[in-house]
Design a protein. Sequence first.
Length: 132
Amino acid sequence: MLKLTYTEVGLHLERITVPVDNLVETLISQRVLLAVRTGQAICVQPGRASFLVPVNSVNLKEFKATVHGETMRSIDLTSVDHEFYEISLRGTWVAGSYEAYEGMFVTSLSDRIELFIDRLWSSTQVKASSKV
């Protein structure tokens, strides 16, 4: 499972490999139960999440070969300009309200694709932090 956390300071991607059946559904159920018990508002809805990666960090041929065969268009790779690609994932958005910009997005893809995206994300974060 991939979990993307959107906050006011940025985006964090995390790959969760806990061996639990229906991990996405379990995580969402626990989050809803927490909201109910603490009296917090919660919004859970299907959606898409996107993030940018530098062109030089993506082997387009390898990426397309990796995602080939994914069903229901759960992942897309789009060229934004000469510097960036956008990776777009289908999954579930969990936030405090419908209009919230901060929240959690979860999706479940094949292990191979999740590992590829996690490595890609990690490599872009290392490059970004070394430039600071």
